[in-house]
Write a protein that binds this ligand. Structure first.
Ligand SMILES: NC(=O)c1ccc[n+]([C@@H]2O[C@H](COP(=O)([O-])OP(=O)(O)OC[C@H]3O[C@@H](n4cnc5c(N)ncnc54)[C@H](OP(=O)(O)O)[C@@H]3O)[C@@H](O)[C@H]2O)c1
Length: 276
């Protein structure tokens, strides 16, 4: 049985669908099961990753866990996972950790989660993806309100990855001892500027979208409304100060799944209805 945390999220959702398609026993963990529709054949369990002591029912009979990073007590959480007899944890972090500065709050959060999984005594694999194509959903409100997309860090190309491909890699490595002790950096197939993503989205949606860079001071104020200050600083260090180059294209998705990662056009086409 594979436990998928973050099952209502972009990556976990893709992973649950994939495991169901492959006919592998899967259990989807969410905090509010009544709001979650699982694919046929998938068990659903309630669980809060900030409360490791309550994870007993979620972990019962589980051999593999797909785990999100950054919860309150990652060492305690992984202790519960080990006690439950889980053989393999696949942890999602970020490729910002590769050469990242440990005093950057986002890098620190991911590094701490990776350290906890490495020290857990359970088999582990870490997936370090680039920025997600699904971050483009942040444009939904702007698209509903008009034809202008405004986005910060307009000059920064990112080899964005489809959560579908992160899930494909997770499914390919879960339960396979040859991947224990490995950390894989993952990317999409090409580096794109926000303006280039906007042009593809406009074409796919058939809308006359225009792109404008959002000035840094305006972006900082907006991000500060929803994010703690150390995280806002972390993103400015990444993309305004150039601490993190998320543009390199890597062969790992194809190496691990046997097929190239999906393009942004494929992602946009698959999710077009969610922008309408
Ligand atoms: N976005 C990027 O570009 C990017 C890049 C690299 C790495 N990452 C990492 O990817 C992760 C986000 O993945 P995603 O996009 O698939 O997720 P998402 O769509 O943002 O959804 C968040 C998920 O986390 C779950 N969650 C939140 N708090 C929880 C808690 N206390 N206990 C259990 N589950 C909880 C939510 O489940 P419920 O609310 O249903 O319980 C939901 O399924 C983040 O950890 C981020 O650091 C993101």
């Amino acid at each position: 049985m594979i436990l998928v945390t973050g099952a209502s999220g972009h990556v976990g959702g893709e992973l649950v669908r994939r495991l169901a398609e492959e006919g592998r026993p899967a259990r989807a963990m969410v905090r509010e099961p009544q709001r979650y529709a699982a694919p046929a054949g998938v068990e659903v369990v309630a669980g809060d990753l900030n409360r490791p002591d309550g994870l007993g029912p979620a972990l019962e009979g589980v051999t593999g866990v797909f785990l999100l990073p950054g919860f309150a007590d990652m060492p305690g959480l992984l202790e519960r996972v080990r006690e439950a007899g889980v053989a393999h944890v696949v942890l999602l972090t970020s490729r910002s950790v590769v050469g990242g500065k440990p005093d950057n709050a986002v890098v620190r959060m991911h590094l701490d989660s990776e350290a906890a999984v490495r020290a857990s005594g359970t088999g582990w694999t870490v997936l370090r993806p680039s920025g997600f194509m699904s971050n483009t959903f942040q444009w939904r409100e702007q698209i509903h309100a008009g034809d202008v997309i405004r986005e910060p860090f307009a000059g920064v190309p990112i080899a964005v990855i489809d959560p579908y491909d992160i899930a494909a890699v997770a499914a390919a490595v879960l339960g396979r001892p040859e991947h224990y002790g490995q950390a894989y950096s993952l990317s999409g197939p090409e580096a794109l500027l926000p303006e280039e993503r906007a042009a593809v989205l406009a074409d796919v949606l058939g809308l006359p979208l225009r792109f404008e860079g959002r000035p840094d001071d305006e972006a900082r104020a907006e991000m500060s409304a929803t994010m703690p200050a150390p995280y806002v600083d972390a993103f400015f260090r990444f993309f305004a100060d150039g601490e993190f180059d998320d543009a390199p294209v890597l062969p790992t998705v194809e190496d691990l799944t046997g097929r190239p990662p999906r393009t942004f056009r494929e992602w946009a086409t698959a999710h077009a209805a969610e922008f309408r």
